[in-house]
Structure formats: structure tokens, C-alpha cells
Design a protein around this ligand. Structure first.
Ligand code: GAP
Length: 438
């Protein structure tokens, strides 16, 4: 019997209990909007990065990988428009001093925290983390640096370098995965809105003539990516922004949204950004970022299509989508029905009793040495060991029993169906591979 009511509290509790994610600096009371990824969370993130890069590289041939610096100079973020415009409206309750994003509450109504209606004026709050470079602490612009609020700008700033060092031609893309920082006024919903998070962004440089066609190709590619992750596509929608909703330089923008228990929310933005970014950096740096077109013998500033998704937000999406509760043998079990290729642990190995540990340990160690993420567990009843693995989404559990010594077989149990079959020890690796490629 299935009962899949999932709540944010259940996800948070599972992440902490099983070692996916911890609140940062929790022994000091925690740092709001910052999380640490423990072993299982790190493995899940690694799987997300791998699938994203594979998907991006399958869309077009010429994709460069990149890891830009986390700090950027004032000039870079001034050119991008972030110094002036990257802000959210903020309002405080004069009575309880609680702070809110002004666009998220109704100021005609009382404060949701204390019930009084005494608001400050709305002020714009810039979301970038600002710091000073070097030993001189003054507000001279030359000494100011910002932690990047998106990974995209270091790509634009290096555009000329890509062109000259790789002798690459338009169209091509630059893919980057890495940390971004935003001093969000109200971090919330666990990993959904944090102050430190990781993005996966592809900036696709192309000619204006092909941009809308390429934009459509990227949308199809992103649809395939989410379907291949095993997400329930009935909960995903692609929302085309209206002209009024788009940034002034953006010619088309589609948000990928997932239906969380707190409503449909954006997990990725796909945007045709025109040639705004390279034009701005040309203007502010004084460096010509135009390219020469061999066909028309003219120079032009390339246009950009961008796909931008947060790893943390996608990880949260995967957990919400995979979370299931059902009743097995009269007991409620929690299960993460992750696609096997996304599961942090691919298989678990159990000796039926401790005195059978040695041969099972040898099988487990062999697969571990070959690079598989596997676990060995010899404590508690087999049923309990299955539950432990179900909770972290392990698709397969192998048990070595008293027959194994003579028939050279083990029992494999499937997470989703709980069905068991007997297979030869020699075929365990192939069985795992087959399951991962499903
Ligand atoms: N370069 C474009 C850009 O950064 P964005 O819509 O601001 O666009 C893209 O961010 C994605 O990054 C979002 O769809 C979301 O997945 C993720 N993201 C943005 N802010 C976030 C935050 N505070 N916490 C977690 N993820 C965030």
C-alpha cells in the first residue's frame, strides 16, 4: 500500500538522519541559508553534475568546460548590471524587527510574525556579498571584490580568451558548474533558497540568425535531461515568460518549474540574452569583444542562449520526487525511488549472519576497488538492513546465505518491487551495470 505524502519537514529530517545534508556550523547554532553536504549528499551531487555535463555535451559538439574564479572585481559586476540592479525589495516590521522581502508579503495586512501593522519604508537590498581585496581596507572601487552571484559572468569576461586559445568558431558553448553566493533577505525552504549554492550554467555563443532556433534546441535538450533523470514529468512544466516578465535585453525566456508541496517553483531558467552581456563588457573594459565573420567579412558581437540550473535546488527536487512511504510486511518504510544512476549507493552487500561475512566482504571489496559506490552491512536483521538502504535509495541489495557456498549464488532484492531473485556471484557486476543503464 502506497502513501507518498511528502513534506519539507520529512525531507529535512531524512537528509539529517541519513547523512545527506547538515546545517552549516550547527554546533554554533547554524549559519542561516548555508548547508554542508555529507557523504550521501556529495555523491548525489556528483551524479547530478555528471548527468548535466553529459546532457549538455550531447546537445551540441563544441562545448568547453570552465571553472572561473569565485571573486570578481567591482568593474565586472558594474558592467553586468549587478551593482546597480541585483537587489530585492526589503521591509522591516518596526514592532518585532522581523525582516521580509517586500514582494513576498501583503503590506496592507499585519506582520505575520507579531500581528502589528508598523512597516518601514521599502528599501532595495543588493544581494551580492561584497568584500575588500588585500590589506587595504577602504571603499576605493579598485579594492572592492564581490563573491559571484552567478557563474555566468566569468564566462563572458573570458570570451576573448576562449576564442584565441582554442581557435574555436561561433557557435560554441561554455559549461560551468560551481558555487554562487547571494545574500538572500529570506533564505527558505531548505535548499530551495540558500545564500551559498551551486549552479550549472551553459552559455551558448551563436549568431543572431540562429539564436531562436538554438534556443528551441536547448529547450528540447533540457526536457530530455529532466526525463532522463527519472523525474515525474507530470510535475514539470516549461513556463514561457511574457515580454513584461523578461529582462529588457532578453528576447525569450522559459522557466523550468517543478510542482513542490509549496507550489510550482522555478528550478532552471533558459534565456535568450541577445548580445547584452558581451556588449556591456566591451563597453566597460574597453576591449573589443566582436568577432570576424569569414562569410560576410563583417564583425559582430555574438548572441547568447543560457541554461541555468541550481544543483542544490535540483537535488531537493530529486528528493521530493523520489520520496515514498509504503507499508511492507505491516511496517511503514521510507524509500527514495531515485533512478538507479542517481542513487548515491548503487548496491549493498549483506551476509545473512556474521559468520558468513568473510566471503561477502571479499565480493564487496572487489566492486569497491572497481569504483562502484557500494556498502557492506552485517548488523541487525535482513529486513532492517533493507529498510536502511531503501531510505537512501539503494536500488539493489545482495545477500550471501548458507547456500551460497555450494551454489555460488546470492539473492538480489529490488528496492522498488521488493522482489528477490537468485543470481550467480560471477554475474553480480553485470547485474548492477544493467540496472544502472535502465
Ligand atoms: N545566470 C542566470 C541566473 O543566475 P537565476 O534565475 O538567478 O539566473 C538560476 O538563477 C538558477 O539558480 C535558479 O533557477 C535556481 O535553480 C538557482 N538559484 C538561484 N538562486 C538560488 C538560491 N538563492 N538558492 C538556491 N538556488 C538558487
Amino acid at each position: 500500500m502506497e502513501n507518498s505524502t511528502v513534506t519539507l519537514d520529512k525531507i529535512i529530517a531524512l537528509c539529517k538522519r541519513k547523512g545527506f545534508i547538515y546545517q552549516s556550523a550547527s554546533i554554533y547554532g547554524g549559519l542561516n541559508g548555508v548547508y554542508d553536504f555529507a557523504h550521501l549528499g556529495t555523491l548525489l551531487k556528483k551524479n547530478i553534475r555528471k548527468e548535466w555535463l553529459k546532457s549538455v555535451q550531447a546537445t551540441f559538439d563544441d562545448i568547453l568546460e570552465f571553472e572561473g574564479g569565485l571573486l570578481g572585481p567591482h568593474a565586472e559586476w558594474e558592467a553586468s548590471g549587478h551593482v546597480e540592479n541585483f537587489s530585492d525589495p526589503m521591509v522591516d516590521c518596526l514592532n518585532c524587527k522581523h525582516r521580509f522581502r517586500a514582494d513576498e508579503i501583503d503590506l496592507k495586512k499585519p506582520c505575520p510574525n507579531c500581528g502589528q501593522t508598523k512597516w518601514t519604508e521599502i528599501r532595495q537590498f543588493n544581494l551580492m556579498f561584497k568584500t575588500q581585496m588585500g590589506a587595504i581596507a577602504n571603499d576605493d572601487k579598485a579594492n572592492i571584490a564581490y563573491l559571484r552571484p552567478e557563474t555566468a559572468q566569468p564566462i563572458f569576461v573570458n570570451f576573448k580568451n576562449f576564442m584565441s586559445t582554442y581557435r574555436i568558431k561561433i557557435p560554441f558553448g561554455v559549461a560551468q558548474m560551481g558555487k554562487s553566493f547571494r545574500n538572500e533577505i529570506t533564505p527558505k525552504q531548505f535548499l530551495f533558497r540558500t545564500r551559498e549554492f551551486e549552479q550549472m550554467e551553459i552559455e551558448w555563443f551563436c549568431k543572431e540568425e540562429t539564436a531562436l532556433k538554438d534556443f528551441a534546441i536547448w529547450i528540447e535538450s533540457r526536457k530530455k535531461f529532466y526525463a532522463d533523470l527519472g523525474l515525474n514529468m507530470a510535475k514539470i512544466r516549461f513556463y514561457e515568460q511574457t515580454e513584461a516578465e523578461r529582462a529588457h535585453y532578453s528576447k525569450a525566456c522559459t522557466d523550468v518549474e517543478y510542482e513542490f508541496p509549496f507550489g510550482f517553483k522555478e528550478i532552471e531558467g533558459i534565456a535568450y540574452r541577445g548580445n547584452y552581456d558581451l556588449t556591456q563588457h566591451s563597453k566597460f573594459s574597453g576591449k573589443d569583444l566582436a568577432v570576424f565573420d569569414e562569410e560576410t567579412k563583417q564583425t559582430y558581437i555574438p548572441h547568447v542562449v543560457e541554461c541555468s540550473v541550481g544543483i542544490d535546488r535540483l537535488l531537493l527536487t530529486l528528493l521530493f520526487d523520489a520520496y515514498h512511504e509504503d507499508v511492507v510486511e505491516g511496517e511503514t518504510r521510507i524509500m527514495l525511488k531515485l533512478h538507479p544512476k542517481m542513487a548515491p549507493i548503487k548496491a549493498a552487500f549483506f551476509p545473512l549472519v556474521k559468520k558468513l561475512s568473510e566471503p561477502m566482504l571479499a565480493i564487496y571489496k572487489d566492486l569497491k576497488r572497481k569504483g562502484y559506490e557500494v556498502e557492506f552491512d552485517e548488523s541487525a536483521s535482513i529486513g532492517k538492513r533493507y529498510r536502511r538502504q531503501d531510505e537512501i535509495g539503494t536500488p539493489l541489495c545482495f545477500t550471501y546465505d548458507f547456500e551460497s557456498e555450494t551454489d555460488k549464488c546470492v539473492t538480489v532484492r529490488n528496492r522498488d518491487t521488493t522482489l528477490q531473485e537468485r543470481i550467480s556471484i560471477d554475474s553480480i557486476e553485470d547485474y548492477i551495470k544493467k540496472t544502472l543503464n535502465k
